[in-house]
Write a protein that binds this ligand. Structure first.
Ligand code: PMP
Ligand code: GLU
Length: 395
């Protein structure tokens, strides 16, 4: 009999990727599904970045790369962190890997021992809890709802810290809520954290460039935090490069060394071609980032307006990322279209099967009673999806 390890058997599959696959299958079978489940820009990778990749092939960037990534790319990341974020990270403290996802998981595996507690403000992206479980850590969820714009307070943070707390996973702008912590709010967290020197902060800044509220603050710049924060970011969202799989961590030297050791044993350095493309993304014109942000801002305005008109939904106005996270708890316990809706998951299935719109159950983000919609799709798709959802919900 084939054994599957408990480590993997106890993991939940990624709900975002699962829903996206389900929607792709339905589409392949001829159903006209609008996919608002997975979160990825619908734009093509900008031309100058693709050119850099083609050049890299012709110039024979075809060998194993250094485990931590090409020095030239780490220098470009270091320069980006200095000029855009005011952060000083020598390239020796930067590790490039296969997407921000791998670097997040690497940092968790490199810093969390079995039994250690990891604070996760929720709603949180589907993979955080699973990464902590993989490390044998204990996820400690700190809840926030629509009424506080999905932001936790410094008091909640302090109340959740125990002598076993080793890590805080922050994500601003947030997936799934689009909320952004202001510099003042992050300073208030830093003030709490200064009292607990054993807690490291993992700051996932992958949606940094998709902000409609100006430049996004990093907790790494807050007082006393510079040696205690690992920043994770990458090219997936800002440069429409989800398939290229390049992300990085920048943090204290011992963490960078541990992550390099780990990566050296199980994946090696990331793709040579994709790294050269990422280097072009960081060193080339940033106009493309601006253009995509403006498109997302327009779609945010559109979806908020249309979603506010759907019965049973409560929405806020997210400041960043490309997600809307409506509270649909008013629909729970009701009968819609002849079907009893007992959970937000039932509603998501109803929307998929009846309205042919794919969304994700908030439960996957530790927030049952909500659903997530990615508006990284055309204005026409957004209009049609909202029309279908409204109509199906009124049945
Ligand atoms: N963090 C968050 C919050 C995300 O939404 C994503 C998107 N998948 C990632 C990290 C990972 O991004 P990637 O691995 O594509 O760089
Ligand atoms: N982060 C995206 C999402 O939440 C991509 C899918 C994933 O990696 O989970 O939909």
């Amino acid at each position: 009999m084939i054994q599957i390890s408990e480590r993997v058997a106890s993991l939940s599959p990624s709900a975002t990727l699962a829903m996206s696959q389900k929607s792709a299958q339905l589409r392949a079978s001829g159903v006209d599904v609008i996919n608002m489940s997975v979160g990825e820009p619908d734009f093509d990778t900008p031309a100058h970045i693709k050119e850099a990749a083609k050049r890299a092939i012709d110039e024979n960037y075809s060998r194993y790369t250094p485990v931590a990534g090409y020095l030239s790319l780490r220098e470009a990341v270091s320069a980006k962190l200095r000029s855009e974020n005011g952060l000083e990270f020598d390239p020796s403290r930067i590790v490039v890997g296969n997407g921000a996802k791998q670097e997040l998981c690497n940092v968790v595996l490199a810093t969390v021992n079995p039994g250690d507690e990891v604070l996760i403000p929720v709603p949180a992206w589907v993979s955080y809890v699973e990464m902590v479980k993989l490390a044998g850590g204990v996820p400690v969820l700190v809840h926030a709802g629509l009424e506080t714009d999905f932001k936790i307070s410094p008091e909640q943070l302090e109340a959740a810290v125990t002598p076993r707390t080793r890590l805080l996973m922050l994500n601003s702008p947030s997936n799934p809520t689009g909320s952004i912590y202001t510099r003042e709010e992050l300073e208030a967290f830093a003030e709490v954290l200064r009292r607990y020197p054993d807690v490291l902060v993992l700051s996932d800044e992958i949606y940094e460039h998709i902000s409609f509220a100006g430049p996004v603050a990093s907790i790494a710049r807050c007082g006393g935090m510079s040696d205690r924060v690992v920043v994770v970011n990458g090219v997936s969202k800002a440069y429409a490069m989800t398939g290229w799989r390049i992300g990085y961590m920048a943090g204290p030297e011992p963490v960078a060394k541990a992550v390099t050791k780990l990566q050296g044993q199980y994946t090696s350095g990331a793709s040579s071609i994709a790294q050269k493309a990422a280097e072009a993304a960081y060193t080339g014109s940033q106009e493309c980032v601006e253009e995509m942000r403006e498109a997302f801002r327009r779609r945010r305005d559109l979806i908020v307006e249309l979603a506010s008109d759907i019965p049973g939904w409560m929405v806020n106005r997210p400041d960043g990322a490309f997600y809307l996270f409506p509270d649909v708890s008013a629909l729970i316990g009701r009968e819609i279209g002849g079907r009893r809706i007992e959970t937000s998951g039932d509603y998501v299935m109803y929307l998929l099967e009846v309205a042919n719109v794919a969304t994700v159950d908030g439960a996957a983000f530790c927030a049952p009673g909500y659903i997530r919609l990615s508006y990284a799709t055309s204005d026409d798709n957004i209009r049609e999806a909202m029309r279908r959802i409204r109509e199906a919900t009124l049945r």
